[in-house]
Design a protein around this ligand. Structure first.
Ligand SMILES: [Zn+2]
Length: 240
């Protein structure tokens, strides 16, 4: 796949609806995707002429989305830059392409990376480990002893990846743990949405949300309407 196609794919996924003009696109292509990379100053001079931006900072101040995309791509490059991953993925372009194919979700519990990042940012989940506390999805090898090749790699959230570690197979993790993690993320999502999880009752089983613990499904109202159905629904009907 071409460098340009990979960058288009990345920007479409990470910055939906935002337009990058030709110079901005070419800047990201030359600085963030291509190998070997050009320097920022060289690219700015080539794309805009020498007198348009006083400094690299001046360029970024006038091109905020470009700076955000650059930072994000640098984060991916850091993940890619271990000998084992370079070896397995063969090029940064391939790595970005693989990353885009994961669609920003944990392969087990399907939590969206934005939710995971927000959970750590708002301190609904905390960790002393630097590598965990940004909430960014991690590279998980389905076969933990296998190589870092695209076919063996998926993205997993920090909770799934560390619970599974090298102890549990992907199949068993899916079977025994994925639903529990999904359930926990629903609870965190409710907190992020400002639901008071201590006082809100489950509409159907009449427990508080925290006690309900039974795969509750969310409505879009506030108050008691937040949880509209849980696995204890049938049981609750019998006791009415
Ligand atoms: Zn997960």
């Amino acid at each position: 796949m071409e460098n340009t196609t990979v960058l288009e794919k990345f920007l479409g996924l990470e910055f939906p609806g935002r337009k990058f003009n030709k110079e901005q696109f070419d800047f990201l292509l030359g600085y963030s995707i291509k190998e070997p990379r050009d320097t920022e100053r060289t690219l700015i001079d080539r794309l805009y002429g020498k007198s348009v931006f006083k400094s690299v900072d001046d360029f970024y101040q006038n091109n905020r989305d470009v700076e955000l995309a650059k930072i994000r791509l640098q984060g991916l490059r850091n993940k890619y830059s271990t000998p084992a991953r370079r070896n397995g993925f063969r090029s940064f372009k391939n790595f970005v392409d693989w990353w885009c194919n994961q669609e920003g979700k944990c392969c087990y519990c399907e939590v969206d990376e934005k939710v995971s990042m927000a959970a750590f940012e708002k301190e609904h989940i905390t960790s002393k480990k630097t590598a965990w506390k940004n909430g960014i999805l991690q590279i998980e090898r389905e076969n933990a002893g296998g190589e870092y090749i695209p076919e063996n790699c998926k993205l997993a959230c920090v909770l799934c990846n560390n619970a599974k570690s090298d102890m549990i197979s992907a199949v068993d993790f899916e079977k025994f743990f994925a639903d529990a993690t999904k359930n926990y993320w629903d609870f965190i999502k409710a907190k992020l949405d400002g639901v008071d999880t201590k006082i809100n009752l489950c509409d159907t089983c009449v427990h508080t949300f925290a006690e309900c613990d039974s795969n509750p499904k969310f409505g879009d109202g506030i108050g008691n309407d937040n949880v509209y159905e849980c696995d204890k629904y049938e049981e609750a009907l019998i006791h009415k």
